[in-house]
Design a protein around this ligand. Structure first.
Ligand code: C2E
Ligand code: MG
Ligand code: MG
Length: 748
């Protein structure tokens, strides 16, 4: 006995402490207005309905502490504006409301307006409403829509405003109104009320959503969307249970109590009707006509419902910009594919595609151009896929392809190559030509993972790695890449420390006059001497530093250190007449900071402005605003040289090239690596050389690795070059040793 008591006491204690240990629930205030069966909010009773069932489902899983705020719909809209409630249930989507509130992406249900009339009122079609009293619910989109529709049909009526749909029917039953507008979901439950009849007026198809205040944290709606999408995707889910419960239930009590009497009268009528056959025939004809009309109405209702459902699916599973399946649509297809492949020996590849530099295009040319570009990219990608490959867009610049029925992994490689090739030609956006490329990560089923989530994660990881390697390439997933993702997360912190702890160093790569083989300048290239990992190349951290803005102090350090070193060499008589090229990121222009940084670096080091050359990538043209243009003019005015780096890989507008104060352009190594090669490839270089001559720009060829490339460039009038053939980037003291000597081809 004592033991039982002791156990009971311990259990009580445990449950008590568990209750205390439970995490705080998130308070969520939900506005409810009576709009049965989406929401039934009778005074004194907890709200019910389809929208409430879904909220409960989500609340349980998300740890929400829901408080319901009942009010009229009109008042709730005001409360939502003020942020007095966090969510409003059962609100129809309209463009005007979308300006005021944030809507769930998923709709709860498709709905439209219907008109009921009093059984004795001769109203069947829209023109019959003219001059009649029509009960309308305040604040409902259907109310406004019916007023507008009736005005268009020259049938203005007298609105009788009430607060709920039940009151609409009540007003008709009590003959305070001849007719009234309700939504079809409500209508489905009340079609049998005595004294009421349904008219053929059907209007204003809308979608019922949840809404939150415009500037609210999107987390609530995101959670709702996520759960609603999953619920809708499964016909056995609680969502469909709720629909069946609220839409299909037709309780007996709804049948009017005169029904048995009517049945008896009907039987009597039947006997009588046998005697008056002619009258009956007439009646049958009339009934048949009526039946036909009702059937037609039902048919059109079914069609509308199907259309609404289709539209709903379109919204839920497809991306509106490209028309491709979205993340949800993709999830369903991949889950099905994996389920059917289980136990078989089939393989599948997932290709995660990320468009390179889309952000720069959006920032520079505007989101309209970014959208057009994405549409073109979607078409190009689709055009090189087989019919049973599945392309979807995850939003932003991310696309995913499911390549099924692959044999060897080289099949996936082939698809990835075709996808990259499809983006090689420039895309015309209005009068502008934009060059795009993409980074692709590939994960294989079942080799790398067997679940949707892991496959996606691995393909994404491989994609990041491809991007870090400079983009425009594909990469298969390897387990070590996962470690790198974790690394990237801590990269920002570690880079900041690197700057403070003096772990950054500059290497210098000679720039050579091709004719004389003399060193005429040197490019400062940043390295990070990480105590754990050794020398880290800029490709591994510059993009991350640009994303976080750390590139600004980093760039200032490079300017200071580079100018100081160059001036030092000059003082030692080793670098007379030589220029120092420093790479600057477009982010350094923000707030005209670059001009100040350059002024400071020059004055601190004592280096003459003519000895400094700033290398700016072509993408600067994409953000060519007054700030950038003025900065370039001021810098040139100071005597600093400007050169356009990686020419040919990004976006170049020839008109800008003419207008902007650049001294030189650097042909990207991707072009140099192809020469002498095929005729088309060499022609690109000769065209760039001719173009540069036309604009009176000097040309520096990057990445010269072979004597053939060197000779070709020199023979075609390229004055300067840089590359492993002459010298790799070197630490300062190693370079100092060779300064002043001509660099012979082949001594790299
Ligand atoms: P970049 O400005 O185009 O620099 C040239 C890159 O090509 C350097 O790579 C250089 O080592 C490499 N290179 C030179 N000759 C050859 C060759 O013959 N063959 C091959 N395959 N490569 C060659 P690095 O040092 O890894 O720099 C990569 C990029 O990182 C640079 O491209 C530049 O965009 C960026 N970067 C480097 N330092 C800085 C910096 O201080 N600030 C900023 N914002 N970016 C930097
Ligand atoms: Mg450069
Ligand atoms: Mg370059």
């Amino acid at each position: 006995m004592y033991r039982i008591l002791l156990w009971a006491w311990l259990l009580w204690l445990a449950s008590f402490s568990l209750a205390w240990a439970a995490p705080d629930r998130i308070p969520v205030r939900v506005g409810v207005a009576d709009n049965s069966p989406i929401v039934t909010a009778a005074p004194g009773a907890p709200p019910e309905g389809i929208a409430i069932d879904v909220i409960r489902w989500v609340a349980e899983r998300e740890g929400w502490q829901v408080t319901y705020v009942p009010d009229t719909f009109d008042n709730l809209l005001v409360r939502l504006d003020k942020g007095d409630i966090d969510l409003l249930t059962g609100i129809a989507y309209s463009d005007e409301r979308a300006q005021r509130f944030r809507f769930s992406r998923q709709s709860l249900i498709g709905n439209w307006g219907m008109v009921f009339r009093h059984a004795a009122a001769p109203i069947d079609s829209l023109p019959d409403l003219k001059g009649k009293r029509v009960a309308l619910m305040r604040g409902s989109t259907h109310s406004q829509a019916l007023i507008e529709l009736a005005t268009q049909f020259d049938a203005p009526f007298v609105p009788v405003y009430v607060d709920t749909y039940s009151q609409v029917l009540q007003a008709i039953a009590e003959r305070r109104a001849d007719a009234g507008a309700v939504n079809r979901v409500f209508a489905a439950l009340h079609a049998q009320e005595p004294d009421l009849a349904v008219t053929g007026i059907v209007f204003n198809p809308v979608f019922v959503h949840y809404a939150a205040p415009k500037h609210a944290n999107p987390a609530l709606l995101d959670a709702l969307d996520r759960h609603l999408a999953a619920l809708k995707a499964d016909t056995g889910s609680a969502y469909y249970d709720s629909l069946r419960r609220w839409l299909e239930a037709a309780p007996d009590s709804r049948y009017p109590n005169w029904l048995p009497w009517a049945a008896a009268a009907g039987a009597l009528l039947l006997v009588l009707s046998l005697a008056i056959a002619g009258f009956l025939r007439h009646q049958v004809q009339r009934q048949t006509g009526e039946l036909q009309r009702r059937t037609d109405q039902l048919q059109s209702e079914i069609e509308q419902r199907e259309q609404a459902q289709q539209h709903l699916n379109q919204l839920a599973y497809f991306d509106s910009l490209t028309g491709l399946p979205n993340r949800e649509g993709f999830g369903i297809v991949l889950s099905q594919a994996l389920a059917t492949m289980q136990g078989s020996h089939e393989r599948l590849a997932l290709l995660f595609i990320d468009v390179d530099r889309l952000k720069t295009i959006n920032d520079g040319l505007g989101h309209g151009a970014g959208d057009l570009l994405l549409q073109q990219i979607a078409m190009r990608l689709q055009s090189v896929l087989r019919a049973h490959d599945h392309l979807s867009r995850f939003g932003g610049d991310e696309f995913v392809v499911i390549v099924s029925e692959i044999g060897a992994s080289s099949d996936a490689e082939l698809v990835a190559t075709r996808l990259l090739h499809s983006l090689a030609a420039p895309v015309d956006i209005g009068s502008t030509q934009i060059y795009t490329s993409a980074s692709i990560g590939i994960a294989l089923y079942p080799d790398d993972a067997t679940s949707v989530d892991s496959l996606l994660k691995h393909a994404d990881t491989a994609m990041y790695q491809a991007k870090e390697m400079g983009g425009n390439r594909f990469l298969f997933y390897h387990a070590q890449q996962t470690e790198r993702v974790v690394e990237r997360l801590t990269l920002d912190t570690r880079l900041r420390q690197a700057l403070e702890r003096d772990e950054l160093v500059l290497h210098y790569q000679p720039i050579v006059e091709l004719g004389s083989r003399k060193i005429v300048g040197t490019e400062a290239l940043l390295r990070w001497n990480d105590p754990d990992r050794g020398m880290v190349m800029p490709g591994a951290f510059i993009t991350a530093a640009e994303d976080t803005g750390l590139i600004v102090p980093l760039g200032e350090w490079v300017l200071d250190a580079g100018c100081t070193q160059m001036h030092e060499w000059q003082k030692q008589g080793k670098a007379n007449g030589m220029t120092l090229a420093v790479n600057v990121s477009t982010r350094q222009f923000e707030g005209r900071r670059l001009v100040k940084s350059v002024e400071q670096a020059l004055s601190r080091s004592g280096l003459a402005p003519e000895c400094l050359e700033l290398e700016i990538t072509e993408n600067v043209m994409l953000i060519m605003n007054d700030e950038v243009r003025d900065s370039l003019d001021i810098l040139r005015g100071m005597g600093v040289r400007l050169s356009l780096d990686d020419f040919g890989t990004g976006y170049s507008s020839l008109s800008y090239l003419k207008e902007l104060p650049f001294h030189s352009l650097k042909i990207d190594q991707s072009f140099v690596s192809k020469i002498p090669g095929q005729r088309g490839d060499s022609q690109i270089i000769t065209t760039i050389l001719a173009l540069a001559k036309g604009f009176e720009l000097e040309v520096i060829a990057e990445g010269i690795e072979t004597p053939e490339q060197y000779d070709f460039l020199r023979d075609h009038g390229c004055e300067f070059g840089q590359g492993y053939l002459m010298s790799r980037p070197l630490p300062a003291d190693t370079l100092a040793a060779i300064l002043g000597q001509p660099l012979l081809a082949g001594n790299a």
